[in-house]
Write a protein that binds this ligand. Structure first.
Ligand SMILES: C[S@@+](CC[C@H](N)C(=O)[O-])C[C@H]1O[C@@H](n2cnc3c(N)ncnc32)[C@H](O)[C@@H]1O
Length: 321
């Protein structure tokens, strides 16, 4: 195999600036393989500068078999936007590109995470102890089980994600935690989730459940019939259950959103932004909870919240009548 060095200076991201600082060289002179240069190596002090033979390049131990680290991925991009470490150069590059299109784009991830925390606490206050978190992502600060178990020791949480990195890392983090489960499954096949023995073994579907669908339904195309998916999930739950959604929505005055959509077309999970009316339709058969379908930052904000308003992602909570 030919010896090669990857000069990773095409997009000077924050990661590149940090890397060049650690390498003690300029970004252009610092030769670091983008895969080798993963966060775990960084944390372990394993910085490598100079020419690295490709045969020496190894994936970090948290990467499951078969991952193509050259293709950007929604779970890892979100992880990077939140300041996490389970991402690769291509994910970081795409987040930086999104930032260039819409400065502050990464703040949407933080606002979404804050909404998740407020929604879980709000649900526990209403007596909910069971959570089915679909599209749960790579574990990061403020995970559902941490928030829920802090609020009630009765909490049980099942994490579901289609992404192998998200699932592998969730499993590693939660090993030995009896009140929390992890399943790799696709939201587009909801029956495989609600009937899975791991899920029914942890959650009691004859009691109210909160189904969390945060920043995930906009990765499901109309061709995959999100209304039917919602209906199947709804039919699996009983009176008093809740559905929590956050969902990307078009802002007609923001042309750059179209560019962002085009950027996501290059990922395996294109974005399908939906209007408030369309999101309301997804909640058919549920009672919409106050304050209705609103920007995530406007959904029961904490009194000291000073997050910038994020109108491009909408929050909605529906209750099974
Ligand atoms: C933007 S992250 C959101 C993570 C978390 N729900 C949150 O709001 O903080 C979207 C997650 O949805 C997952 N996802 C995308 N399509 C999915 C599908 N069809 N089934 C299950 N998970 C999916 C991705 O792998 C990713 O982890």
């Amino acid at each position: 195999m030919k010896r090669s060095a990857l000069k990773w200076n095409r997009y000077l991201s924050v990661a590149e600036i940090v890397r060049s600082y650690f390498c003690g060289k300029s970004g252009g002179n610092c030769f670091v393989h983008p895969v080798y240069d993963d966060a775990r190596e960084r944390l372990d002090g394993g910085w490598e500068c100079g020419v690295l033979p490709e045969s020496d390049v190894r994936l970090p131990d948290w990467v499951p078999e078969g991952i193509d680290v050259t293709v950007p991925n929604a779970a890892r991009m979100y992880d990077y936007a939140l300041g996490g470490y389970h991402n690769f150069a291509v994910d970081r590059e795409y987040v930086e590109r999104a930032e260039q299109l819409i400065p502050g784009a990464s703040m949407v991830a933080h606002a979404n995470r804050a909404f998740l925390g407020r929604a879980v606490r709000w649900l526990v206050d209403r007596g909910i102890t069971q959570f089915l978190d679909i599209g749960s992502g790579i574990p990061t600060l403020g995970n559902v089980h941490e928030i829920a178990l802090l609020a009630t020791p009765q909490a049980r949480v099942m994490y579901v994600d289609v992404d192998p990195v998200a699932v592998a890392h969730s499993r590693a983090l939660l090993a030995g935690e009896p009140r929390v489960g992890v399943l790799q499954a696709d939201l587009r096949h909801p029956g495989d989730i609600v009937n899975h023995p791991h899920v029914t073994g942890l959650l009691d579907f004859s009691e109210p459940i909160a189904v969390l669908l945060l920043a995930v339904l906009h990765f499901v195309s109309d061709a995959d019939d999100p209304d039917a998916i919602m209906a199947e999930l709804r039919d699996a739950t009983v009176h008093g259950s809740y559905f929590v959604l956050s969902h990307g929505s078009p802002l007609p005055e923001l042309d750059e959103l179209d560019d962002l959509r085009r950027l996501y077309l290059k990922t395996p999970t294109p974005l399908h932004l939906r209007t408030p009316e369309r999101i309301a339709h997804l909640l058919t058969g549920l009672d919409l909870v106050e304050p209705g379908i609103v920007p995530i930052t406007d959904w029961h904000p904490d009194p000291d919240d000073d997050d910038e308003r994020q109108r491009g992602v909408l929050a909605a909570v529906g209750r099974m009548p």
